[in-house]
Ligand binder design. Structure first.
Ligand code: PLP
Length: 357
């Protein structure tokens, strides 16, 4: 293989247990949208279904939900966005639970007689009923198959005060509702909100990032292990003479003789081009700086002082070079880097053996 992503399921389980502790009495909804943040939603959901008491899976679209059902996932599946006419029909056939966020959807969900969740906008400014609509919403929900109610926190990592305000506002709606729906699922926490220990009304947490082993902010109170290790082969090694430029735009020129390696991993594989001349890969335990611009299929690194030849393996990201670090360098977040590891990078599942022994 030229390039691959090892998905360590033993680490996924380890993170799951850590998240369970943080979540306390609240049960877990595993967020597996966007192909489980690039880890492979079918493999991740199957594994969690077999190994844990995870209460549900959350995806973004109906297509993602259908894929899980067709792969034999039995637990409840919540579809968090994109509920259009042509999509809602699939809710019934595939037992997918819509997240309803406007009155049109509410009427459709009632007609279809499918259980659904309702989303309130308490400050995200994206999907959800605004507080000015809550009175009407309460009336419209009478007799409906309401299974859950949720809101979303835009800045649980940076603004605990604002987040607590959202939880309080949300709590008022839930109190007005709860008598009529005693089994209601109430869920707001994402990974970043878990340590805040908010509102005792919540029954579930919706967790993505932390399961995959990245911390939503520095000092996050859980030890997590990055689940994905991305690796690629060195396809050429050579010694460049002094004054030789490297890659497009000639942004790097050797000052002396320099041993370089060409790694078969580029921006088409998900490496941000903004890491040109900034990032590094790991080869044989050593950091090897990226030289010049990242190309579509290849990246040149310095192999000075590193024992490695053609066919050797470079680590693009993993325990020693986490997504958080790459994201900081690239001016983005680990979420984006994880889900941009492209389909061309084969997923290889590891760690099952260690669970059996
Ligand atoms: C993606 C998503 C989550 C999970 O967030 P993490 O930060 O990955 O834990 C929770 N809720 C909603 C509505 C989401 O879209």
């Amino acid at each position: 293989m030229l390039r691959w992503a090892e998905v360590h399921l033993d680490r996924l389980l380890y993170n799951y247990r850590q998240v369970e502790k943080l979540s306390g009495p609240k049960k877990l909804i595993a967020v597996v949208k966007a192909n489980a943040y690039g880890h492979g939603s079918v493999a991740v959901a199957r594994f969690l279904q077999e190994q844990t008491a995870v209460s549900a899976f959350a995806v973004a679209t109906y297509a993602e939900g259908v894929q899980l059902r067709e792969a034999g996932i039995q637990r409840p599946i919540i579809v968090m966005s994109s509920t259009l006419e042509e999509e809602l029909g699939r809710a019934r056939e595939f037992r997918l639970m819509p997240v309803v966020y406007d009155f049109w959807e509410l009427e459709r969900a009632k007609e279809l007689e499918v259980p659904f969740h309702v989303k309130l906008d308490t400050g995200m400014g994206r999907l959800g009923f605004l507080p000015s609509q809550w009175q009407e919403l309460l009336c419209s929900l009478r007799g409906a198959k309401l299974a859950g109610v949720m809101t979303h926190f835009p800045s649980a990592d940076e603004d605990p005060e604002f987040t607590a305000g959202q939880a309080k506002l949300f709590g008022e709606f839930v109190k007005a509702l709860k008598g009529a729906f005693p089994k209601l699922w109430v869920h707001c926490d994402n990974s970043a909100a878990l340590p805040l220990g908010l509102n005792g009304l919540f029954t579930h947490s919706r967790v993505g990032l932390a399961l995959y082993g990245s911390k939503p902010f520095g000092g996050y109170p859980a030890s997590l292990k990055q689940v994905m290790e991305v690796k690629a082969r060195i396809i050429s090694v050579k010694e460049l003479p002094p004054g030789h430029s490297v890659s497009y735009g000639r942004t790097y020129t050797t000052s002396g003789k320099e041993r370089v390696g060409v790694v078969s991993f580029g921006y088409a594989d998900g490496l941000p081009r903004s890491l040109s001349g900034r990032g590094s890969f790991i080869v044989n335990g050593r950091r090897c700086p990226i030289r010049g611009r990242v190309c579509m299929d290849m990246t040149v690194i310095s192999l000075e002082g590193v024992v490695a030849g053609k066919g050797g393996v470079a680590t693009v990201t993993g325990l020693e070079l986490p997504f958080e670090e790459l994201a900081r360098l690239a001016g983005t977040i680990p979420y984006e880097l994880m889900c941009r590891i492209s389909p061309r990078v084969e997923r290889v599942y590891r760690g099952l053996q260690s669970l059996r022994t």
